[in-house]
Design a protein around this ligand. Structure first.
Ligand code: GLY
Length: 561
């Protein structure tokens, strides 16, 4: 019956938004069709629809992000930012950095109280937490690699916003869990608030958001960064303690940066450079565990996990000390990923005992972890690949919706070290390299990555999860390359995470008890958590057979051309 309705839908003028029985597809194998993997079935379908209309991977990724801004407001966004890594069938490799920037009126001490203590409530919630959004500029920078006009790429999102879509159980629950914060941080009633509890199947209609999308359709990026939308953002800033100005919005620019490219066991890894720490951390971790021939151990065995945790410990200590916006710091990337440096870093590895974090960097206590953001992996039938990770930072960002424009604003300012040594909401400690300066981009962990074999896409991968992003991407890649797991198991097998501080190692439920015991004997402190990340992965073999896997931990779904 579901299949029949699905076919009916494809052959009719009905849009997915009118269809309440949402079809989540977790794995697809195909050869000659494009594939889109994202956090939401309607967004994956929006991307797939664009591929069917003749668009390429870059068209599809714009449409998918726009649809996520409607159907996945917890992280999909117009009011946030992110990173894109692309590899074209011509071999061209490129990145687009559409990370938010610190407003002109920001300063290094803007979140410190009179005693010099960091007030993280201000960097995490409300209008002062907002960085200048980069996503819309990112869509237009991507357009030069695409084939279709932006007008067409916006239409699926406009339909979803105007006509509404039905909430999944998870989305309804998440909206209910945040209602108190929406009430606290919004002066006018938003479409996300209601007196009764949201339920699965409720229809969420977003008329204001549809109007904003239409302004972008009519006026291009200026439909967001200038004119009515910009004025509505500024009016929202003035309803509280926001500092973003019209000039900040007008001056926002993406940065097109050279990707980090390095060899891993004959595969070419292409990932995101600073201001995301993701690519550097990935290179450091893969290279350090490479010194121990990881492939000779079993997946999630005590030996393999210990090696990987120790690689993670050393990489995250470097993150805190050296990493930040490359336009503002002395960029040490080449040194940090060099074999010579990493060999010296690895000398203290002891296979019989956990390294203390104090031996690889100065100890500072750390609070909680959190896991938001969203990732898209796409392959088109012409062999173009793209990986995008995009975010509002926390769940629904700052919780502030722009009145009249209908979208959430980010709380990305919290990714700066608001006071060097004081950890952000993901528990990451930043040093001076990541201090706040006007126009500067805050350090990120997002790790959109494409692995090439013989110059062709082999793995397209990424995940949300704050500081767990680089470690999840790392595990997903070694799961395929070293442990020879299937794409499905590479995504869904239990993951673990360590980040130098705190000292403990997070393990997902169902993590093997024998491994936990073996690690505890070596002095590791383990902490069980319900889930880590939501990885979207496409793996392509040398004959061009592709397998797309949407993480089983959420509503994530594959769209097929
Ligand atoms: N805000 C999440 C990240 O940038 O990694």
């Amino acid at each position: 019956m579901k299949k029949l309705l699905f076919l009916l839908l494809l052959s009719s003028n009905l849009t997915f938004s009118q269809f309440t029985d949402i079809n989540i597809i977790k794995e697809v194998r195909t050869k000659d069709k494009g594939l889109v993997v994202s956090a939401h079935p309607l967004a994956s379908e929006a991307g797939a629809k664009i591929l069917r209309m003749g668009g390429n991977a870059y068209d599809a990724v714009i449409a998918t992000q726009l649809a996520l801004a409607v159907v996945y407001p917890q992280a999909g966004n117009l009011g946030g930012g992110g990173f894109l890594v692309g590899v074209k069938n011509s071999g061209e490799k490129f990145t687009i950095d559409f990370r938010e920037t610190a407003p002109e009126k920001s300063s290094g001490d803007m979140y410190l109280d009179k005693k010099g203590n960091a007030n993280t409530d201000l960097s995490q919630n409300g209008r002062l937490a907002v960085g200048v959004p980069g996503s819309v500029a990112g869509f237009f920078a991507t357009l030069k690699h695409a084939k279709l006009p932006m007008e067409k790429l916006l239409q699926p999102a406009i339909d979803l916003a105007e006509q509404g879509f039905s909430l999944t159980e998870k989305e309804a629950g998440l909206l209910n869990s945040q209602m108190e914060y929406f009430n606290q941080h919004n002066k006018t009633m938003t479409v996300f608030q209601q007196k009764e509890q949201w339920k699965q199947g409720d229809i969420l209609v977003q008329k204001d958001l549809a109007l904003t999308l239409k302004l972008i359709q009519q006026n291009g990026a200026k439909g967001f960064y200038e004119g009515k939308t910009a004025e509505l953002i500024i009016a929202e800033m003035k309803r509280g303690n926001g500092i973003i100005t019209l000039k900040d919005l007008k001056n926002y620019k993406v940065a097109e940066r050279k990707p980090i490219v390095f060899d891993y066991k004959g595969n070419e890894i292409v990932s995101m450079p600073l201001p995301s720490s993701g690519g550097i951390l990935l290179a450091q971790m893969l290279k350090m565990s490479g010194f121990e021939n990881l492939e000779k151990y079993k997946h999630n065995s005590g030996e393999a996990v210990q090696i990987m945790v120790e690689a993670e410990r050393r990489a995250f200590a470097d993150r805190a000390e050296y990493m930040g916006d490359p336009d503002f710091i002395n960029d040490k990337t080449q040194l940090l990923i060099s074999d010579e440096y990493l060999k010296s870093r690895w000398k203290s590895f002891d296979k019989n005992l956990a390294t203390r974090s104090s031996e690889v960097g100065k100890i500072i206590p750390q609070p909680k972890e959190s896991t938001e953001t969203t990732h898209i992996s796409i392959l088109d039938k012409e062999g173009n690949a793209v990986a995008v990770t995009t975010t509002l930072n926390g769940l629904y960002g700052s919780k502030v919706v722009v009145t009249g424009a209908g979208f959430f604003l980010n709380n990305e300012m919290d990714d700066f070290s608001v006071k060097p040594g004081v950890p952000n909401m993901f528990g990451a400690v930043g040093g001076e390299a990541n201090s706040i300066k006007p126009g500067k981009r805050m350090l990120s962990s997002m790790t959109p990555t494409i692995v090439l074999k013989n110059g062709k896409p082999f793995i397209i991968v990424g995940t949300p999860g704050g500081t767990t992003i680089p470690t999840s991407v790392y595990q997903s890649i070694v799961n395929v390359i070293d442990f020879k797991l299937s794409p499905n198991m590479s995504v869904n097998a239990p993951k673990f995470h360590h980040q130098w501080l705190p000292e403990n190692v997070l393990v997902e439920r169902h993590f093997p008890e024998t491994t936990i015991k073996a690690l505890e004997k070596k002095n590791y402190k383990l902490e069980r958590v319900s889930q880590i990340g939501r990885t979207e992965m496409i793996v392509i073999d040398e004959k061009g057979n592709a397998v797309a896997v949407a993480d089983g931990r959420g509503d994530d779904s594959v769209g097929v051309e």
